[in-house]
Ligand binder design. Structure first.
Ligand SMILES: Cc1cc2nc3c(=O)[nH]c(=O)nc-3n(C[C@H](O)[C@H](O)[C@H](O)COP(=O)(O)OP(=O)(O)OC[C@H]3O[C@@H](n4cnc5c(N)ncnc54)[C@H](O)[C@@H]3O)c2cc1C
Length: 267
């Protein structure tokens, strides 16, 4: 429903999934086993995949027609809807009597009947939740549109390749590093390029990626708040604060569900 109201959120539809190692043997049965109909998941022979992608694909593949490449900023804007932003400050402490009082890093205090803490990996306002979060840094790399061929759909093979639309850069990603230090590094670019070269073994048109180096890339990094079992955390802490965190690598999809569950439980 939200996507119907905000159609600009979706940049591309449909993602081609290529097989890792011996996965190809299982692809033919995957839609039936997973219980998906063909609007959701399709098994494609190499010839069918090649026709779809308008380039030679050397293996059978799965195609997810409804999967989407989205613009994260527009998606967050759409999810927020009309909720007003009162201040864009870091909350450093919260104290409570009848109300909650959130002190910001410029010294002002905001009072509220309830406080929902959704600070990703930076959950130090609720220490017992903070200690359950394992920060995992991720870097994406961007390559100019003219440096690689473009295809009608994004490709996933562990990592992903989001082909350029129009003049926009191609996007490769993402790294997964056991650190909470945010940095865009050449090492991260090289790992994203190495993953693209793996893809080139099944998509020969991507072989030109061998000529690319970190110097051809720009990038962005952020921290994923992961949990031991890779499931989100939501609830009410002992200090009365509500929380949603632990959205890991899938928060753009799971945040609306987790937030909705929290609101249902809180009411
Ligand atoms: C490289 C990379 C690729 C990803 N790809 C995907 C993907 O393809 N699909 C998908 O679904 N998900 C993806 N994710 C995961 C997704 O981005 C996260 O799960 C999601 O952003 C988590 O949302 P969040 O609001 O919980 O945390 P965040 O997005 O981390 O937001 C937390 C916010 O809280 C603010 N904050 C922190 N502390 C305070 C404080 N004390 N006071 C006030 N504000 C504070 C921060 O400034 C930040 O704005 C990816 C993540 C990375 C790093």
């Amino acid at each position: 429903n939200i996507l119907a109201e905000y159609p600009d959120v979706v940049l591309q539809r449909g993602i081609l999934q290529l097989p890792k190692d011996d996965e190809a043997k299982r692809f033919a049965d995957a839609p039936a086993i997973a219980g998906f109909d063909k609007n959701e998941l399709q098994y494609l022979t190499a010839a069918q995949a090649s026709a779809l992608m308008q380039t030679e694909i050397l293996s059978d593949a799965l195609f997810w027609p409804r999967a989407a490449v989205i613009d994260p900023a527009l998606w967050v804007h759409a999810l927020r809807g009309n909720t007003p932003i009162l201040a864009t400050r870091k909350i450093t402490t919260v104290r409570r009597d009848k109300n909650f009082y959130c002190r910001t890093n410029n010294g002002e205090e905001i009072s509220a009947r309830a406080v929902y803490v959704a600070c990703g990996h930076a959950m130090d306002l609720i220490p017992e939740i903070h200690q359950q979060i394992r920060p995992r840094m991720g870097q994406i790399s961007m390559v100019a549109a003219n440096q690689l061929p473009s295809f009608p759909h994004a490709v996933s093979l562990g990592h992903y390749f989001i082909p350029s639309v129009g003049e926009k850069d191609h996007i490769l990603g993402a790294t997964y590093e056991h650190t909470d230090v945010v940095a865009v590094t050449d090492d991260g670019h090289q790992r994203n390029l190495a993953a693209l070269q793996e893809m080139a073994k099944l998509i020969p048109a991507l072989a030109t990626s061998q000529n690319l180096t970190a110097a051809d890339c720009t990038g962005r990094s952020a921290i994923r708040a992961t949990t031991l079992n890779h499931l989100p955390l939501w609830g009410r802490a002992d200090n009365g604060l509500f929380y949603v965190t632990g959205l890991g690598s899938r928060g753009l999809m799971s945040a609306p569900y987790a937030a909705q569950q929290l609101v249902i439980e809180a009411e």
